[in-house]
Design a protein around this ligand. Structure first.
Ligand code: SF4
Length: 322
């Protein structure tokens, strides 16, 4: 017998795996990636507990869902019910090709106010298309009997009845299983971050759904200089690196030629006037003396040209910032 476990790498998902493995059932983990969350934590935890883990990129489908989630958003731009259902649907689709009999998640009844009420868990399971196959070992005794329990694949009596936001039972179980080192339960999804959500909403409102544009929201200061054009200015080396990583051939990358300063990106390359605005923002955040005409390298489609600009006005820049 084999189960596919949706594995985030948090303590709840580790315990869910352990409870099923204890019943001599083979468990294969699966974790998902998008620009909003990655597999890092899951990979590290799977390595520690010796779980075979598959990483699946669901960016394209997730983006389609994110634009109009059937069950709406949480506090920020997090469509948790639709997102959970999508992950379970994907895992359900893998059951046949991965020779698995049922699905396992570390969800705990009542742990999250919106997405883990009894009603939400029911909706998620139903919307996934695999309601009878989804076993939540940490709260199983409080939930309807599922196919693996009914058909004797899993002994329901050896599962848990945890509910609520307290972590006491999970920590006790972690001690019992000798799990001493685990990551905190929440965090890691950018859609729950208010600043990222604000930038993403702004991007979507300009009909930009491209994957590089979304990755670029993680870096730098963002300015909307007119309805069609953005400028992104790095704040540090990390930002500069990320901007270079996601810049496209048609984009324009600007750097001051004679002073330390940020990498600045003008997606799409812009018009000559827009390149000068981008250059003036680049100068504003560089070490160049204000008021001086500064030379900048402007790289686009493999060619570098030199342009000159003076610093943008701070008040004007503040009006453009997203
Ligand atoms: S927090 Fe993010 S990853 Fe988690 S269910 Fe919500 S949208 Fe999906």
């Amino acid at each position: 017998m084999k189960a596919i476990a949706l594995f985030s790498g948090g303590l709840d998902s580790i315990l869910a795996v352990k409870l099923i493995q204890l019943q001599d059932i083979d468990v294969l983990g699966v974790t998902f990636e998008t620009p909003f969350f990655n597999a890092g934590k899951a990979l590290a935890a799977a390595d520690k507990i010796g779980l075979n883990l598959r990483v699946v990129d669901i960016t394209e489908d997730h983006l389609v869902m994110l634009r109009a989630p059937r069950y709406g958003y949480g506090k920020n731009l997090n469509p948790c019910i639709d997102c959970h259902a999508m992950m379970l649907r994907k895992a359900g689709e893998f059951m046949a090709s991965w020779n698995a009999d049922f699905l396992v998640t570390g969800e705990v009844l009542g742990q999250r106010p919106m997405s883990q009420t009894k009603q939400s868990l029911h909706v998620v399971a139903k919307y996934s298309g695999y309601p009878d196959f989804i076993l939540r070992p940490l709260s199983a005794k409080l939930l309807p009997v599922t196919k693996p329990e009914r058909e004797g694949m899993v002994d329901r009596n050896r599962l848990y009845d945890i509910q609520g936001r307290g972590r006491h039972r999970q920590m006790e179980a972690a001690r019992e299983f000798g799990i001493g080192d685990y990551s905190p339960p929440a965090g890691g999804c950018l859609l729950t971050d208010p600043m990222f959500a604000k930038r993403l909403k702004e991007l979507f409102s300009h009909n930009d759904f491209s994957i590089p544009s979304i990755h670029l929201l993680k870096a730098g200061r963002h300015f909307r200089i007119n309805d069609c054009t953005k400028v992104i200015v790095g704040r540090n080396q990390g930002d500069n690196g990320l901007i270079e990583q996601y810049a496209q051939d048609a984009d324009c990358i600007l750097r001051a030629a004679d002073y330390p300063g940020p990498t600045t990106l003008l997606p799409g390359g812009g018009t000559e006037a827009e390149r000068h605005v981008a250059a003036s923002l680049c100068v504003l955040y560089s070490d160049a003396p204000k008021g001086e005409a500064v030379r900048l390298n402007c790289l686009r489609q493999g060619q570098t040209v030199m342009i000159e600009a003076t610093s943008a006005d701070k008040t004007q820049a503040a009006q453009w910032i997203i």
